[in-house]
Design a binder for this molecule. Structure first.
Ligand code: ADP
Ligand code: MG
Length: 138
């Protein structure tokens, strides 16, 4: 499925509608260039499922867990050069099936995440409209 979202509000509404179908254990793999809106997408999911913006350090490096029902794991593979690092960083715990997990830059370690996942690619940056391609793998 592919759709174009001209405004940030429509982008957020799409993320919120998508969030409502997510269940614990679901994995969402996000791709797109810097500034596309991957983190904005995660924030919209958290807002929808937890009902509020949680105070979260915006500068986490690998993993941030938002406690709630369901818990939400926000993971970023941007700085991963070697998938072997992931075990140390707690990836298995993040993907243990209890939380909804959203992963930015997943192509840095595609074999480290479950094959069953949603893949969301975001195109566009800055003030451009965003195009979202959603694919359900497996
Ligand atoms: N139509 C739009 N859809 C999504 N984000 C938008 C839109 N227009 C502007 N933005 C802004 O683009 C930025 C995307 O940044 P971010 O989510 O950190 O990107 P990424 O995580 O992909 O690098 C946010 O500051 C967001 O407010
Ligand atoms: Mg980001």
């Amino acid at each position: 499925m592919r759709l174009t979202l001209p405004t940030e509000e429509e982008f957020g509404n799409f993320a919120a509608a998508f969030a409502r179908r997510l269940r614990p254990g679901d994995v969402v793999a996000l791709s797109g260039p810097v500034g596309a809106g991957k983190s904005a997408f995660v924030r919209a999911v958290v807002r929808e499922l937890h009902g509020s913006d949680q105070s979260c350090s915006p500068s986490f490096t690998f993993r941030h867990r938002y406690e709630g029902d369901p818990p939400i794991e926000h993971i970023d593979f941007f700085r991963i050069d070697d998938p072997a690092e992931l075990t140390e960083l707690g990836l298995e715990e993040a993907l243990d099936g209890h939380a909804v997990a959203l992963i930015e830059w997943w192509r840095n370690a595609p074999e480290a995440i479950p094959a069953q996942r949603y893949e969301i690619e975001i195109q566009g940056a800055g003030d451009q409209p965003r195009t979202i391609t959603l694919r359900e793998a497996q």
